[in-house]
Design a binder for this molecule. Structure first.
Ligand SMILES: CC(C)=CCC/C(C)=C/CC/C(C)=C/COP(=O)(O)OP(=O)(O)O
Length: 305
């Protein structure tokens, strides 16, 4: 299929629409969920940014090409990644911690590019957990600035490559400018269909389940539902992964040789296949991603049946 460019200036001039979440039900649901402002000028600037485009340049037939052995009909729709080992990568090289995170962003860019190329529909990445707020202040501030920089630099690519960006987590804790950037980016890319990148920031599985329960409790209090109506489907409508057509990751990859889920998407991972890679995240590239996908395609998923 020819590589198509879907960038359109429309989102820049269209009046923003309110989010679908019924914010009137959740008083503390913050200004993020109020109607959005038009895209900020820095984003307009970023839309013309060409710097990282080369990474995405490819032959038109690439979307048809899969590495040997990888089956298109068994490709996971949704891959989730715990991008672990950035600081260790830096320390091993006597580099400052921030270089590890910067290298982690480059690795993420590579994996997004591969997902687009190989036809994976959704990639969720654990970029900052609720517990990461307890890291040294300077490190937290650096990560916040990295998210801002990364998203600004890649905005043009998201449009050109028809990529939808969604952000999940308690965004109310983020710096205001970053909140605005993320919300605007989500809104502006919400109709992009080729691929969805879900960035979990200030997120934990516990947070997600608790906020979903709070929303259901409020609905019950307002008389919109009965407590006995609450079931798996209603819960899933309130989880933050309601932003995607594929809320349950088919495959979870954790890098750096740790065998933990670390409070990521606890509900959504119920039937997910797990793959633990030895590589530190900045070293995780195409070869290891392929290994994870090939392993996934060997698995027999029975869902308890
Ligand atoms: C724009 C955007 C979405 C950027 C993502 C940047 C990125 C790679 C974030 C990961 C942050 C993080 C807390 C990783 C955990 O590994 P660690 O660094 O704590 O590793 P360690 O286990 O070696 O200490």
């Amino acid at each position: 299929m020819p590589f198509s460019l879907h960038f359109s200036p429309t989102p820049l001039i269209t009046a923003p629409s309110p989010l679908s979440k019924p914010f009137f039900l959740v008083p503390y649901y913050h200004t993020l969920h109020a109607p959005k402002s038009p895209l900020c000028s820095s984003m307009e600037h970023a839309l013309t940014h060409q710097g990282k485009q080369e990474a995405f340049d490819r032959r038109p037939e690439d979307s048809q090409t899969l590495p040997l052995g990888l089956r298109r009909d068994a490709m996971p729709s949704h891959v989730a990644v715990i991008m672990d080992g950035n600081r260790r990568w830096a320390r091993l090289r006597d580099l400052p911690v921030r270089s590890g995170y910067e290298a982690g962003v480059e690795s993420l860019r590579k994996i997004v590019e591969i997902c687009c190329k190989w036809g994976i529909k959704v990639l969720s990445v654990f970029a900052f957990s609720s517990d990461n707020w307890f890291r040294p202040k300077v490190e937290v501030e650096f990560l916040m600035s990295l998210f801002e920089r990364g998203m600004q630099e890649d905005t043009g690519i998201f449009f050109r490559e028809n990529i939808r960006i969604s952000v999940i987590g308690d965004l109310t804790k983020l710096p205001k400018a970053l909140q605005e950037l993320m919300v605007n980016l989500e809104e502006a890319t919400k109709n992009n269909t080729r691929f969805q990148l879900i960035v979990a920031v200030s997120y934990s599985g516990h947070y997600d389940v608790v906020q979903a329960c709070q929303r259901l409790a409020l609905k019950a209090k307002c008389g919109l539902i009965e407590p006995s109506d609450i079931n798996v489907s209603l819960m899933e409508q309130e989880l933050e992964t309601n932003c995607t057509e594929f809320p349950h990751p088919d495959l979870l990859i954790r890098t750096s040789g740790e065998f933990r889920i670390s409070n990521f998407m606890l509900w959504q991972l119920a039937y997910t296949e797990l793959f633990f890679a030895q590589s530190l995240w900045p070293d995780f590239g195409e070869a290891e991603f392929l290994k994870a996908l090939l392993a996934f395609q060997q698995r027999q998923r029975r869902y308890g049946v």
